[in-house]
Design a protein around this ligand. Sequence first.
Ligand SMILES: Cc1cc2nc3c(=O)[nH]c(=O)nc-3n(C[C@H](O)[C@H](O)[C@H](O)COP(=O)(O)OP(=O)(O)OC[C@H]3O[C@@H](n4cnc5c(N)ncnc54)[C@H](O)[C@@H]3O)c2cc1C
Length: 498
Amino acid sequence: MVIGGGVAGLATALRLAPLPVTLLAKADLGLEAATAWAQGGIAAAIGEDDRPELHAVDTLKAGAGLCDAAVAHRVTAAAPAAIDWLAGLDAPFDHDTEGRIALGLEAAHSRRRIVHANGDSTGRAVLETLARAVRACPSIHLMEGVRATALLRDAHGTVTGIAGVSASGPAILPARAVVLATGGLGGLYASTTNPLGAVGSGLALAARAGAVLRDMEFVQFHPTAIAAGADPMPLATEALRGEGAILLNDRGERFMADVPARELAPRDIVARAIFAEIAAGRSVVLDARLEHLEHRFPGVVALCRANGIDPVRQPIPVRPAAHYHMGGIAVDDAGRSSLEGLWACGEVASTGLHGANRLASNSLLEALAYAEWIAADIAGCEAVARDGTTHALPRPSASRAEIRSLMDRSVGVVRDAAGLDAAVRRLDAMASSGADDMALVALMVASEALKREESRGGHFRSDFPLVANTVEHSRTTLDETLAFAESLREAPIVRRVA
Ligand SMILES: Cc1cc2nc3c(=O)[nH]c(=O)nc-3n(C[C@H](O)[C@H](O)[C@H](O)COP(=O)(O)OP(=O)(O)OC[C@H]3O[C@@H](n4cnc5c(N)ncnc54)[C@H](O)[C@@H]3O)c2cc1C
C-alpha cells in the first residue's frame, strides 16, 4: 500500500509493478500535492561539463555538514537514469535547438543541471506524466479521496495496514507493506509555499506508531515567496535569480551585492538577508524584468498577474516562507523506517540526502531515486499480513490558525530559546489532548529546534549563531518528544534578554 499522490507515491507504485499495489491519496491525483507546484525542475548531472560527483559535492556543501555523503553520491549517480525513466514515460522535457535536454542553472549548483518540462511547470508535467502511467497500470488500484488516519500494527509492532476515512466512511485496509509518501509540513506555517494540506500528516502517523523521526528542526524557508496576500504564497522560482533577477530593498539597495554568490547564495543565507531587511522595517522586491520573461517563465508571470503584479513591468514583492522539510521519518538506503513493514519516500522521509539544507531541485530527484530502491526492497520481502491493532483517530486541528502564526513567529527563519520555549509549552498544551496531529508535528519541530543549540543550514538560532564543532543528527520518537515537553512544564520559563 502506498499513501500519497505526489511524485513519491506515484513513482513508488509504478516501480512496484507488477506487484499489486493500492495507491491512496486524500485528494484527486494532481490536487494537494506539492509536486504539482514544483517550478524549478529536477537536478541531474547530464551536461557535457558535469558529473554526478560534482552534483554530490554541491549537495554536500548545501547540507552544511549534516548530509550522508554515501547517500548524496548514490542519489546523484541515480539522477541520469531517473530522467531517462521519466522520458520513457513521455515526460515533456524541454530541449535545446540541437535536440538535447535543455539545462538550467539554480542557486548553489556549480553547473547547469536543472531539467525542466514545460518551462517552469515541471512539477505539473511530471505529475501528469506519472498519473497517466498510474491510471494505465493494471497492477495499481487507485483510491482517491481516502485519507490515512492511523497505521495498523500487530502485537510485534509490525505495520500491517492502515485505517482510513473517505466520503463513504471509515475503512480498515490491510497491507503486506506500507509506504508513506505524504509530503511535507510547510502548511504548519502561516507563511508557506506548500499546499495548505501539507501539515506533516505522515509524520504524525509514523510518530503515533512509534517510528524514529530525524532532524525534525530543519525547515527550509524559500527566500522569494510572492508577498501579495495569497495563502499559500506563490513562488518566484530560484531560476529567476539563476537567470539574472536581483533583490532590492525599498531604498533601491542591492543588499546581497557584498555576499559571496550574491542572489545565488544558498537559500538559508538569502532568506535570512531578506528577513533582516523586513525585520528592519524595509520591504524587499525581486526585480525579474528579464528578457523574454513571459516566454521563459510563463508560470511565474501567470502567478504574479493573478495576484495583481505584472513582473514584466514591475518588481515582485517577496518574503521568505516555509518551503521544504529536510527532516522526517528516518529511513535507510532501502527507504525502510525503524518500524517493520513501514517505508517512507519523498519529502516525508529523512534519507540523509539533504542534511541541514536542501540543494534546490534535489527533492523530486530524491523521490524518484528512492521509489526504485523501495520497490526493489519490497519486492524482495516476504511480509505477512497479520491482524492489526489501531490507534485513536486523529481530529483535524481546531487551532490551525494559532499554530501557523506561532510557527511563523517562534519556529521560523530566526529562532531563539525564549521563542522556542514558549512555542513548545503552548504546542504541548494543544497536543496533550492526544488527538491533534498538527500540534503534535509542530511540537516535534519546535522541541528539536530548542534542543539544537547551534546554527546550521535551515536552522538559525540568534542566541547560538555559530555552527557547532560536532555534527549530530537529532532523533526523536513521540514518547521522547512528549517527555521533553513535560520536563519543561516544571522548568522556569526562558525569557528574552532585552
Ligand atoms: C512551490 C514549490 C516549488 C517547488 N519546486 C521544486 C523544484 O523545482 N524542484 C524540486 O525538486 N522540488 C521542488 N519543490 C519540492 C517538491 O515539490 C516536493 O518536495 C515534492 O514534490 C514532494 O513530493 P511528495 O510526493 O513527497 O509529496 P507531495 O507531492 O506533497 O504529495 C503528497 C501526497 O500525499 C497525500 N497525502 C498527505 N497526507 C495523506 C494522508 N493522510 N492520507 C492520504 N493521502 C495523503 C497528499 O494529498 C498528496 O497527494 C517545490 C515545492 C513547492 C511547494
